[in-house]
Design a protein around this ligand. Structure first.
Ligand SMILES: [Zn+2]
Length: 454
């Protein structure tokens, strides 16, 4: 989950005030969100075919990776399964010219991903793709009942953009973007001065801000993004702000991908902008209700297409409609990154969400006790759980956590629980809850792709 701080939040990128085009597109998005899966696929498939054809013709990476007539063979969404995967490593192995279809035209937008997975990297959006991100944000805001002029405050790792003029300057005054490096006390002062309708940021930063605000201000909308939320963070946010946060999921490469409506239930997917697959370890689609790896194909950015892109996140596909009535395929949960898996003492890889400590300990041992924690596996396989507590850990905290982890990871797993005075954040402002020096070998899936060759 990288770089989602960006294109997903604000309707930036609308270079001209193209009201008619924007209004038409919004109306069509409203229609497709209430339509059937078939109707959505009749929007997706022509766009996908066009994008694949364009990529094979004009983008070096896809010219060498995809068959020349790939677009013609894409008749049904399942046909996509036959195309090889791409991922960040593949893209990084190529010079940027091999990833672009042309020189960036004027009005293109440059976005840096935060690089929690390694080096920060750059993504370029065509003017049309940047515009479409604005449309998606307007649609999402509309579904949530947020109006374009409502005041917002976003705690972001993004650098401030250039000053804008005219109506945009007026809107900018209502949208405050505060860097993640700002101390919570100053942040609280900013928020109290602006009193935004919507307050957004990484979950753990909103927790720190909420502690500082101490009930002095509660926004109408609390929005989180950019990291997977565990129960510790969610419960703390409910305590501090008196409401369940609305989470959203996006990537630097694709922009907005999925988000929760005000029912705070499932994640609605931006099907019109991105084709989202959830795949099992063999590269086959998981059935509804099951969990797998997220693979994304962007439908809107011809300048720098990301097709069949393994973003490295794990998600669960919903097996029911959202509480709001939304019936299209949706995500029930976004779990975080595949790279954070932990190796157990029997040599099996354990998904990080199975180590969330609120799944292992009673609520009263965690809530109001644990502020943040980090599970770190070193090269010998030993696991250290670093806990930043609010107060002294209860006497049986460490023993209970060790015992519960051993039931999951094996009785001879080496587990140490260490209270710490500080847990530093990644420079991007994100917080990595899990890390392992044992890199998960995913060659089974990586080298076998595509699952079904043409
Ligand atoms: Zn909903």
């Amino acid at each position: 989950m990288v770089g989602s701080d960006d294109a997903t939040m604000f309707g930036v990128g609308i270079k001209r005030l193209d009201v008619v085009r924007t209004w038409k597109e919004l109306r069509s998005l409203r229609r497709s969100a209430t339509g059937t899966l078939d109707e959505v696929q009749t929007i997706q498939m022509p766009r996908l075919r066009w994008m694949v054809d364009h990529a094979v013709r004009h983008v070096g990476l896809y010219r060498s990776l995809f068959p020349g007539d790939a677009a013609r063979r894409l008749q049904h969404p399942d046909d996509l399964l036959r195309l090889p995967f791409t991922d960040r490593a593949v893209c990084r192995a190529n010079p940027i010219a091999e990833l672009l279809s042309s020189d960036p035209p004027p009005g293109s937008r440059r976005i840096s991903s935060s690089g929690t997975t390694g080096e920060p990297s750059e993504v370029l959006y065509s003017p049309g793709a940047a515009w479409y991100q604005g449309i998606l944000a307007l649609r999402r805001d509309g579904v949530r009942g947020l109006r374009p002029w409502d005041k917002r405050c976003e705690v972001t790792s993004l650098r401030e953009g250039p000053r804008r003029s005219g109506i945009w300057e007026l809107l900018d005054r209502r949208f405050m973007r505060v860097p993640t490096t700002r101390p919570p006390a100053l942040l609280a002062r900013d928020v109290l001065a602006l009193r935004p309708v919507l307050l957004a940021g990484h979950g753990h930063l909103l927790v720190e801000l909420g502690e500082e605000l101490d009930g002095a201000f509660r926004p109408r909308y609390l929005v989180t993004y950019g990291e997977s939320l565990d129960g510790v963070t969610s419960d703390a946010l409910v305590d501090l702000y008196g409401q369940r946060q609305l989470d959203q999921y996006g990537t630097a490469e694709h922009g907005s991908v999925a988000w929760q409506c005000t029912a705070a239930d499932l994640y609605h997917i931006d099907h019109e902008a991105v084709l989202l697959e959830v795949l099992d370890d063999h590269g086959a689609p998981v059935p509804p209700g099951e969990t797998g790896e997220v693979v994304l194909s962007g439908l809107w950015n011809p300048l720098m297409p990301f097709l069949r892109y393994r973003i490295g996140d794990i998600a669960t596909l919903a097996d029911r409609p959202c509480a709001c009535g939304y019936r299209l395929p949706a995500l029930a949960r976004i779990w975080g990154r595949t790279m954070d898996w932990i190796l157990d003492s029997r040599g099996r890889w354990v998904a990080p969400q199975r180590l969330w400590i609120d799944h292992h300990l009673e609520r009263d041992l965690v809530q109001g006790v644990v502020r943040r924690y980090h599970v770190r596996q070193d090269a010998t396989g030993a696991i250290r759980v670093l806990v930043l507590p609010y107060r002294d850990l209860p006497a049986d905290f460490a023993n209970r956590l060790q015992a519960s982890y051993r039931r999951l990871l094996g009785q001879d797993a080496m587990i140490e629980v260490v209270p710490v005075a500080d847990l530093p954040l990644h420079p991007s402002g994100k917080f990595r809850r899990f890390s392992s020096e044992l890199v998960r070998s995913r060659d089974a899936w990586q080298s076998e792709s595509p699952a079904t060759p043409w």
